[in-house]
Ligand binder design. Structure first.
Ligand code: FMN
Length: 211
C-alpha cells in the first residue's frame, strides 16, 4: 500500500540513548531535513512559529556543557537522593557524546501576531504551538531514522535558568521560547523494547472503531 513505507519508518523511529559522535550522512543533509520540516510541517493558521538551531561539533558540545552546569545547580535544591541527582547530571555527558543536536523553539512574536488576528484561538494557542512543535520534531526524528541515525528527544529547557542562557550563548532572539532538544548520532545499541506487555498496552483499548 502507498503508506507502508512511511509507516515502516514511523515504527523504526525510536528513542535511542546510546549514540556515538558519528553521522551516517553529511551535515548538509541534516540541515536539509530540518529545513524541510520547518517548511512543510503544519501549524495553526500557518503561523510558521517553529524555529530550529542545528548544532554540530563544538556548538553541540557547548550546549550540553551548559545544560550540565545548569542542571547541576538546579538539582541541588530538589528533594532527590544523591544517586538520582548524579544520574540526571550524568545524562548530559551522554548527550554530549552524540553527534549533534537540533534545538527547537517557538517564536512568541509570531504567536502573539496570530493572537491579535484570531482572538478565538487565544485559549488554545499554547496547545497549538506545542502540537506543531512536536510535529516538526517528529518529522526530523523520523527522517534522521531513515538515514540510519538514532536520536532522543530531551526537555532540559525545563531547568528554569537554561533557556535565557541558551538564547544569549547562541545569539538567538529573546522572543524564541525554548521547547526541546533532539540529540542525534549513530546508534551503538538497539532501542529498548516498548511493545511487549506489560509495557505495550492492548491496541483495542486505544483505538476504537465504530461502524
Ligand atoms: C512529548 C515528548 C516528550 C519527551 N520527553 C523526553 C525527555 O525529556 N527525555 C527523554 O529521555 N525522553 C523523552 N521522550 C521520549 C519518550 O520517553 C519516548 O518517546 C517513549 O518512551 C516511547 O519510546 P520511543 O520513542 O522509543 O518510541 C519524550 C517523548 C515525547 C513524545
Amino acid at each position: 500500500m502507498a503508506s507502508d513505507g512511511f509507516l515502516q519508518l514511523v515504527e523504526q523511529r525510536r528513542s535511542n540513548y546510546t549514540l556515538s559522535a558519528e553521522s551516517t550522512i553529511p551535515d548538509a543533509k541534516v540541515v536539509e531535513i530540518v529545513q524541510a520540516a520547518i517548511k512543510w510541517a503544519p501549524a495553526s493558521y500557518n503561523v510558521q512559529s517553529a524555529r530550529a538551531v542545528v548544532l554540530f561539533r563544538d556548538q553541540h558540545r557547548q550546549f550540553w556543557d551548559l545544560a550540565a552546569t545548569h542542571i547541576a545547580a538546579h538539582v541541588k535544591n530538589l528533594p532527590l537522593d544523591e544517586a538520582t541527582k548524579a544520574f540526571l547530571v550524568g545524562r548530559m555527558a551522554g548527550f554530549k557524546a552524540a553527534y549533534g543536536t537540533v534545538l527547537w523553539f517557538e517564536d512568541q512574536a509570531a504567536l502573539d501576531g496570530l493572537a491579535k488576528l484570531h482572538a478565538n484561538v487565544v485559549p488554545l494557542l499554547k496547545e497549538f504551538s506545542d502540537s506543531s512543535s512536536g510535529m516538526h520534531q517528529f518529522i526530523v526524528w523520523t527522517a534522521l531514522t531513515a538515514e540510519g541515525l538514532g536520536a532522543s528527544l530531551q526537555h532540559i529547557n525545563s531547568v528554569p535558568t537554561l533557556p535565557a542562557e541558551t538564547l544569549s550563548t547562541f545569539g538567538l532572539p529573546e522572543t524564541w521560547v525554548f521547547k526541546a532538544q533532539l540529540v542525534f548520532g549513530k546508534p551503538t545499541a538497539p532501542p529498548m523494547d516498548k511493545m511487549t506487555p506489560p509495557l505495550g498496552l492492548p491496541l483495542e483499548t486505544r483505538v476504537l472503531v465504530k461502524e
